[in-house]
Design a binder for this molecule. Sequence first.
Ligand code: HAM
Length: 421
Amino acid sequence: MTINIPRGTQDLLPDVTGRWQLIEQTAAEICRQYQYKEIRTPIFEHTELFERGVGDTTDIVQKEMYTFKDRGDRNLTLRPEGTAGVVRSYVQHKMHGQAVQPVKLFYSGPMFRYERPQAGRFRQFVQFGVEAIGSDDPAIDAEVISLAMELYSRMGLKKLKLVLNSLGDTESRLAHKEALIQHFEPRIDEFCSDCQVRLKKNPLRILDCKKDRDHELIANAPSLKDFLNEESKAYFEKVQHYLDIMGIEYELDPNLVRGLDYYNHTAFEIMSNAEGFGAITTLCGGGRYNGLTEQIGGPTAPGIGFALSIERLLAALDAEQVELEVNDQVDAYFVAMGEEAKDKVVELNYTSRHSGLSTEMDFLNRKMKGQLKTADRIQAKYVVIIGENELQEGKAAVKNMHDGTQETVPLDEVINYIRKA
Ligand code: HAM
């Protein structure tokens, strides 16, 4: 019996990895311009990091983590997201003491969630994300949002919607929490067992419960926006003000809550509006997390960031029928006829690559016809034919595969000829 790939994962074969590389390179280039530096943290962390960071009443922690014990009996978890690990690393390496503040980081790598696989939802997926830690200037909220929008725009997406909300500061959230408890408590026995636990620990989570979502009490629950204090409102207005300056359009959605517990103040998501895009339309999610560093035992350091998956970015590109231009151009294919000619082809193929060209030759001892067929298949720009006659004359036949023209070029000028072309 053959062994297949685990459910919810995928093999990225060479016909698609070019697109992945292009997206990752573009993201890294934007981060260079925005002055975000790459960080790479482990793929597994202590389970406790996510329990404390992401929140032990969230679906991610309760239902979706790949948790295991290693041979030393440690409780470890494959990271379900990147923020907790980055913030752990920030604390561990005392980055708050660095000369340049805030600390602006980006990452890209696989995340793992035991979710029900469907279009746009995988159990292993790749997130690109940024975290800016050490500033609570609303201008950096706007910068982080603009960075995400910039990536989508450079990749060619147009049908996007940016949705913003404020989750308020601790004081506003506490007032809201009290109101939610009073609202749900009298009839909490009509809710699922998870929600009964959530009531005391984190009643906000009841609002995005998948089982109880149609309950009337959820529809008319007190809204956080009515509990935002003046400071929180002023902060949120500043974020919008800076987005206005950048000309970035957004919609406000007081019902936008995020699935992770560490958020306060700014929360945002970027959705695809493209027709035919699947049921899951969120491409990117992020927000502010003042207080997360303290939760994992570090000093006070406010932060904001986002993450987006490359899988959903690609799905949005497909939905908008955007073709990415992947550079896999083959400049020349060297055709050898005879042992001696092959020696010359091995040499030329090597020196061409050394000079920066992308070239190929035959490795299956095929006849001329077979070699030409391969050159055609891989869409080589030029075919360089070297046989015994050519070798004796010190020349090669160079064929332009676009227009079919052919020229005789001295062997020691072949590379220059192709480079110039
Ligand atoms: P999140 O909303 O859980 O936030 O995930 C962010 C993005 O990851 C989603 O918008 C989506 O593009 C992608 N994503 C999540 N789950 C899956 C899945 N199963 N399959 C494919 N793509 C998925 C976070 O992870 C936060 N750490 C974001 C953040 C960074 N907030 C502040 N800094």
